[in-house]
Design a protein around this ligand. Structure first.
Ligand SMILES: [Zn+2]
Length: 145
């Protein structure tokens, strides 16, 4: 739940910033003198304004992509960025072990597996929550030694 609320909050903040930027462009752009009555129809009639709006749309898309990429690389439990990406599998032997990248939560909440090879369409990243605290498990292993 916390994971999705954080995603929605990032989308709202990003959308708010982009809306404010678009509002600023629409209201601060100087209207050309030779086109009275064209204040509402600057888009597609004024080249600099049109390119400015198109650039803003590209920026909107880039911000959305960055938000989604950032969200995918976060722990589902504590929202920290996942660390220690490890490549597993082999590109030469895809039948025995397909290439994939595994990242782990720094606090041991789970592992994210991302398929590097997308043959049968887009495969979503796979999150495996860890049952216990893996760091305590490692400490107990060290204590037993
Ligand atoms: Zn975590």
């Amino acid at each position: 739940m916390k994971y999705w609320l954080y995603f929605i909050a990032k989308l709202l903040v990003g959308g708010g910033l982009m809306f404010a930027l678009q509002y600023g462009i629409l209201h601060l752009y100087p209207i050309p003198q030779q086109a009275p009555g064209m204040e509402e129809a600057l888009f597609l009639h004024d080249a600099p304004f049109t390119f400015l709006v198109l650039a803003l749309w590209h920026l909107d898309a880039a911000v959305l992509v960055l938000i989604v990429i950032d969200q995918r690389r976060r722990c589902r439990t504590c929202l920290h960025k996942l660390i220690m990406p490890v490549s597993t599998g082999s590109w030469g032997r895809i039948l025995l072990g397909r290439p994939r990248t595994e990242s782990i939560c720094p606090y041991g909440h789970g592992t994210l597996t991302i398929e590097d090879l997308q043959i049968t369409g887009r495969q979503l990243p796979d999150w495996h929550p860890h049952d216990g605290d893996i760091w305590k498990e490692l400490e107990s292993y060290q204590a037993r030694k």
